[in-house]
Design a protein around this ligand. Structure first.
Ligand code: SF4
Length: 364
């Protein structure tokens, strides 16, 4: 693979840059690549921080909207800005905290959106207290993202950056009612009401997020001779799939659309297959019957209102397969109350790390 300077030099500096136009954070990618290619990495980092306070998060976890939309895709060599973000995140953010009309701000939820909002207000000179029910910052990143996919040390570095700006933390703290004594309370509580698609949750049919939490923070051990199924096509599904494949378990991903439509990170899918995971696309799980799943084939239909191809279950008999455990990874939605201010997945539904960070700019 070419080195980063060579990749940066290959940018065409498109007058209408689809990379930036499709980036939730509107990262000025062309200009940063120009600076990087000329050796001005500090200036590239300085520019990056103005758009994205946490490039260490997006560098590892973003869905790479830049590469998917880069004009060079047509030539088979799109520019992926993620490795640049990771490298530039090694430079400090040199912005200085303002002297401002000071406000007391409470942020409930220390995931990417809550962290970005807290950081913005701290730089503005406000006093910020960040609450989270987990004992660490990071929200879903801390709770669920497997450590093989993300360097958890990055969360500690972000924690230190916020501490150095005077942020107060209440971690491992369940907020049951709106905290008193603040001028503003912002909720970045995520989307956590799981879509179960009508399946009953029990000891054999579980939520993918629960699996990821148990594998990361508990001492879950699964029978080696079991047959495991993951249902869904997003990154939670792929994290479950890879976690089980890496544990050398027999695991199959069942997805309703084709591989092309799968929203999860294609690189993770490719790695999961290399690690031994199996894939059944254009398939639905019609029913769970005791120890067996009834699988039915699907076909793709026209593009629906959500911009995605619809799918239709074929009128065929289907296939019954034995299973040990099934993990549902079909998305989550928030449970919000009227009259409160929400950002991140709590406002957007399950989204992505870049959109969550960007949502912090949407409110004062
Ligand atoms: S779309 Fe690709 S080639 Fe064009 S400016 Fe963005 S990164 Fe450079």
């Amino acid at each position: 693979m070419a080195d980063l300077k060579e990749i940066a030099s290959g940018c065409l500096h498109c007058p209408k840059a689809f990379c930036s136009a499709n980036c939730p954070l509107c990262n000025p990618i062309s200009e940063m690549l120009r600076l990087y290619a000329s050796g001005a990495k500090e200036q590239a980092a300085e520019l990056l921080y103005r758009f994205n306070p946490f490039p260490e998060l997006t560098g590892s976890l973003c869905e790479r909207f830049c590469a998917k939309n880069c004009i060079k895709h047509r030539l088979g060599e799109p520019i992926d800005f993620s490795p640049f973000e990771l490298e530039l995140s090694q430079y400090p953010d040199i912005r200085i905290k303002k002297e401002s009309t000071f406000q007391r701000i409470a942020v409930i939820g220390a995931g990417p959106a809550g962290l970005a909002y807290a950081y913005k207000r701290l730089l503005n000179g406000d006093e910020v207290t960040l609450f989270d029910r987990f004992p660490s910052i990071g929200g879903a990143i801390y709770a669920y993202i497997p450590s093989f996919r993300f360097d958890m040390g990055a969360l500690e570095r972000i924690h230190q950056r916020l501490l150095s700006l005077g942020c107060h933390f209440k971690l491992g703290y369940e907020v049951e009612r709106e905290p008193a004594g603040f001028d503003k309370v912002v909720y970045a509580t995520g989307a956590y009401i799981a879509n179960t698609a009508g399946f009953a949750i029990n000891e054999k049919t579980r939520l993918g997020l629960d699996l990821l939490y148990s594998l990361k923070h508990g001492s879950l051990s699964l029978p080696k001779d079991g047959r495991y199924f993951v249902y869904g096509g997003g990154n939670v599904a792929l994290d479950c799939l890879r976690s089980l494949a890496r544990a050398e378990l027999d695991v199959t991903l069942v997805y309703r659309r084709s591989e092309l439509e799968m929203p999860g990170d294609k690189e993770q899918l490719m790695l999961a297959e290399k690690e031994g995971a199996k894939l059944r696309c254009l398939t639905v799980i019609e029913k769970v019957e005791g120890e067996r799943l009834l699988l039915k084939p699907c076909e793709l239909g026209p593009v629906g209102e959500d911009g995605r191809r619809s799918f239709k279950v074929k009128e065929e008999e289907g296939e019954c397969v034995d299973f040990t455990e099934l993990y549902l990874c079909l998305g989550e939605k928030p449970a919000n109350k009227d009259g409160l201010t929400y950002i991140g997945d709590a406002a957007l539904g399950s989204s992505n790390v870049a959109s969550a960070i960007a949502s912090a700019s949407a409110i004062d």
